[in-house]
Design a protein around this ligand. Structure first.
Ligand code: NAD
Length: 479
């Protein structure tokens, strides 16, 4: 695999560049492959191609049933290529083969789901009385620029790409520099679905030049960004110049609130998935657990016992704890763990990287005796690190859960239905899980409040992020 060289996909063709980027495997720090690093000139070609395709009306001229056919064909092609894609994604990203395959399966599901909506984007008629006819239609935005992060590149890309195509937009995907190869496989699947030329373009380029150039372009009609808060803020400043509407899916510091009556098995399973899946590199990870003081020691001890059974290893072995994406990521996680200890948090297990491996492995970590204002309870770590905080009352739990700048997801663990519903309404988050972390799916709207961003992805609601409402107000003579 080391000799393989991947290309960008611009205006219906695979395109090389003078500059190459070497992709390193997080599990052993060795080269996996190289990829053409797009230049600003490549970005301009992609922008022109997408603009031409959007303005030509090729994606919208045919009956909507044509878009249904395209999306179903893409889904079938993704399923056909999923095993190849999983190998590539596992190697470049460090995640397990099982989860890498899961990303391709989920990507196919997004196309199937939005295929079901592509011919149902219906407007409304508005009564204005005699002499008038008034109705709304939904037009595509035009050119949708979609900037993708490295943690779930394939499924996050499909999450935005599928509804954008369903609504008739042309798309430019900016892939993440640390993990761009899985998206090349995804594009191979799309290429086989005979979409109009220029409808989907894929560029791997540096965020600070190619990404920054594209977000400032007058050729784009929308920015869909998933990534970190500082990058999102800089993109929003650029978008403001041309008043380009944006969807922002940013970070999180999400809390599970565990009451004394919670089902212990549900809590433990949710912790395992919630913070250790994908080595904690999940925007909606359960990075804080708030536990009623009466069961705090019992639950923390049970979590620690569970964590100490987890196997650390490469994704190829389907290990429980896979490497984090890069040396810099590991360094950042370790620094936050040191800071937590300086501020008085106690390492219950883990707390540092694994020094006897060449890859970037972080020990699954639990901090106990965390107080709400400590940095480990406020800053997004983006690693397998859980902060356990004790609370005494429901009121206090809600205040702690809502007491960060973020608001992506939250969780409540209790067998008391009234308490679950009461807390769910008061938690400041775009999605609340009750008794199972990640209980939602591609059908359920997802997005944040506060520094977690705005706009919604997933579900029927997301489709309306990819259209503009136009109203037609008509004077009817003689009525
Ligand atoms: P990042 O912000 O560093 O990069 C994301 C993307 O933005 C990359 O493709 C990068 O090249 C590009 N980019 C960087 N600078 C740019 C600029 N100035 N202009 C345009 N594009 C630019 O984020 P990351 O490190 O790849 O991902 C981790 C972050 O993403 C975490 O904070 C995580 O919480 C967040 N995230 C959020 C969600 C969500 O749905 N809310 C999902 C996954 C990840």
């Amino acid at each position: 695999m080391t000799t393989q060289h991947w290309l960008n996909f611009i205006d219906g063709e695979w395109v090389d560049s003078a500059e190459r980027l070497t992709i390193l495997a997080p599990a052993h720090n060795q080269p996996v492959a190289t990829i053409a690093q797009a230049s600003v000139a490549d970005a301009d070609r992609a922008l022109e191609a997408a603009r031409r395709c959007a303005d030509s009306g090729e994606l919208t001229r045919a009956r909507p049933a044509q878009r249904v056919t395209w999306l179903l064909e893409i889904a079938a092609q993704i399923r056909a290529i999923a095993n190849e894609g999983a190998q590539v994604l596992c190697a470049e990203n460090g995640k397990t083969l099982r989860d890498a395959k899961g990303e391709f399966d989920e990507a196919a599901r997004y196309f199937e789901y939005y295929a079901g909506m592509a011919d149902k984007i219906e407007g409304t008629s508005i009564p204005l009385g005699n002499g008038y006819m008034d109705f709304t239609v939904y037009d595509p935005m035009g050119v949708s620029l979609q900037i993708v992060p490295w943690n779930f590149p394939v499924s996050i890309c499909a999450r935005s790409l599928a509804p954008a195509l369903a609504a008739g937009n042309a798309v430019i995907i900016k892939s993440p520099e640390l993990s761009p190869l899985g998206l090349c496989v995804l594009l191979k699947a799309l290429e086989r679905a005979s979409l109009p030329r220029g409808a989907v373009n894929l560029l791997c380029g540096r965020g600070r030049d190619v990404g920054a150039h594209m977000v400032s372009s007058k050729h784009i009609d929308q920015i869909v960004f998933t990534g970190s808060v500082p990058t999102g803020q800089s993109i929003l400043r650029a978008a403001a110049e041309n008043a380009v509407p944006s969807v922002m899916e940013l970070g999180g510091k999400s809390a599970a609130v565990v009451f004394a009556d919670a089902d212990r098995e549900q809590v433990l399973n949710s912790v395992r998935d919630g913070i250790f899946f994908n080595a904690g590199q999940v925007c909606s990870a359960m990075s804080r657990i708030l536990i009623h003081r009466s069961i705090y020691d019992e639950v923390v001890d049970a979590i620690v016992a569970m964590v100490e059974t987890l196997h650390i290893g490469p994704g190829e072995e389907n290990a429980d704890i896979t490497p984090v994406i890069s040396a810099a990521q590991l360094k950042g996680i370790e620094a936050l763990c040191r800071q937590a200890q300086e501020e008085g948090a106690v390492v219950a297990t883990g707390g540092e990287g694994v020094s006897d491996r060449s890859g970037h492995f972080m020990r699954p970590t639990v901090f106990r005796d965390v107080t709400p204002q400590m940095s480990i309870a406020q800053v997004e770590v983006f690693g397998p690190v859980l902060a356990a905080i004790a609370f005494d009352s429901e009121e206090e739990a809600i205040a702690i859960a809502n007491g960060t700048d973020f608001g992506l997801v939250a969780g409540v663990f209790t067998l008391d239905l009234n308490r679950a519903l009461r807390c769910s309404r008061r938690l400041r988050a775009g999605q609340v899980f009750v008794n199972e972390w990640y209980a939602g799916g591609i059908e359920t709207p997802f997005g944040g409040v506060g520094l977690s961003g705005f706009g919604r992805e997933k579900g029927q609601e997301a489709l309306y992020s990819y259209v503009r409402t136009k109203n037609l107000a008509i004077r009817v003579k003689g009525e």
